[in-house]
Design a protein around this ligand. Structure first.
Ligand SMILES: [Zn+2]
Length: 232
């Protein structure tokens, strides 16, 4: 890891798993007994908005009960102390990176703690339920939905992410299967640019072959050790 100045870190479900946050890809493809296509697509929301809103209300409440773990804390320390550019691109929609103290965080799949108004496009911080169709704080319309990128929707801020990848000397993927595009394409982009690539994951992923180095183990152990190396 010589001559590293700019770092892009991609985090996924494996970083939040040790905080007790489960995901679609755990548990046989079901999520709290729901199929992905019944709760996490625009079509599901159009078909049965009550089901989708109630489901996300439950998730929004649940994540507020969880605490950041050692992986979040280590990344927050790296963010605070790293002198070069650094961007934590997270696929996670919880706020555990921020609650651990990280500042340079980009939520490419949105966040549970925002409501998005489909009438005026405003995003408002939101910690309570949406099932009762509360008015948008900006325009008053009762048209709020979770500010979460559903399957079939475009992830946020892709240009900014690719810009950061262009300038990066190191791309690190933590706790993500490498199976879902466009995030799965980041490592290929990094390789084409000649950027060093490192994967920290519980198990070998579909994308592992693309990385210069893969370290296997729990994020709560691997990430603090790696951060110690970087700041050493
Ligand atoms: Zn509005």
């Amino acid at each position: 890891m010589a001559d590293i100045r700019n770092i892009v870190i991609l985090t996924g479900a494996g970083v939040s798993a040790e905080s007790g946050i489960d995901t679609f890809r755990g548990g046989g493809g079901l999520w709290e007994k729901h199929r992905v296509e019944d709760v996490a697509t625009p079509e599901a929301f159009a078909r049965d908005p009550d089901l989708v809103l109630r489901f996300y209300d439950m998730r929004r409440a649940a994540i507020q009960e969880k605490e950041p773990n050692r992986a979040h804390a280590a990344l927050a320390r790296l963010d605070a102390e790293w002198p070069g550019d650094l961007l934590i691109v997270t696929q996670n929609v919880d706020d555990l990176h921020e609650r651990a103290g990280a500042r340079r965080v980009l939520h490419m799949h949105g966040t549970h703690l925002n409501a998005w108004c489909t009438a005026c496009d405003a995003r408002s911080r939101w910690t309570g339920p949406l099932i009762d169709r509360p008015p948008c704080p900006a325009c008053g319309a009762r048209a709020l939905r979770p500010d979460v990128v559903w399957f079939g929707e475009m992830p946020y801020e892709m240009e900014r992410i690719y810009g950061a990848l262009q300038a990066a000397d190191l791309f690190v993927s933590i706790g993500t299967s490498g199976a879902v595009y466009p995030a799965a394409g980041f490592v290929r982009e990094a390789r084409e640019l000649g950027t060093q690539t490192l994967e920290l994951n519980l198990e070998r992923s579909q994308g592992s072959a693309w990385f210069d180095e893969t370290r296997l183990g729990p994020a709560g152990e691997l990430v603090p050790a790696w951060v110690d190396e970087m700041l050493g």
